[in-house]
Design a binder for this molecule. Sequence first.
Ligand SMILES: Cc1cc2nc3c(=O)[nH]c(=O)nc-3n(C[C@H](O)[C@H](O)[C@H](O)COP(=O)(O)O)c2cc1C
Length: 150
Amino acid sequence: MDNEIMVMFGTETGNAEELAETAVEMASGHGLTGKLFDMEDVTVEMLQECKRLVVVCSTWGDGEQPVNAQDLYDSTMEMEDGSLENLKFAVLALGDTAFDLFCESGKEWDAVLENKGGIRVNDRIDCDTDYDDFAEDWFEETLQKFQASM
Ligand SMILES: Cc1cc2nc3c(=O)[nH]c(=O)nc-3n(C[C@H](O)[C@H](O)[C@H](O)COP(=O)(O)O)c2cc1C
């Protein structure tokens, strides 16, 4: 379908997954069909075919990707420049300001998707532990921007 938006999550304890589910539910209010993906089940080929992508990713360890996101992140880093030029994307990073490398993995996704040719539809949001309202407002704004760019 031509109105699909992929929402993929990187998570260790489920916060990013829950938020990604919210984004999928909200998508229909913007003429979009949201598809939820665990990053573990996403390949670079799927990213290359994807036109619209929302990344919801937490940070673990000492500024590291969640386990379910690491392989896809590594493979995306290895893609040729320009591979994602058909992709429009936006990133919601989840973290905790108590850590030195706040929201590092979301920042890494935001950078790699742009570096591979993707077009950023909305600025990344870096969420601290109290994120529910901010995240929903950001989804609203982001989905509007995706809709406007169709
Ligand atoms: C052991 C541990 C390490 C963490 N490391 C970081 C970090 O380096 N940077 C950061 O911003 N947040 C860090 N966090 C905070 C998580 O990213 C935050 O709790 C997030 O909401 C978890 O989302 P998830 O359930 O989707 O994984 C860490 C949390 C834990 C428990």
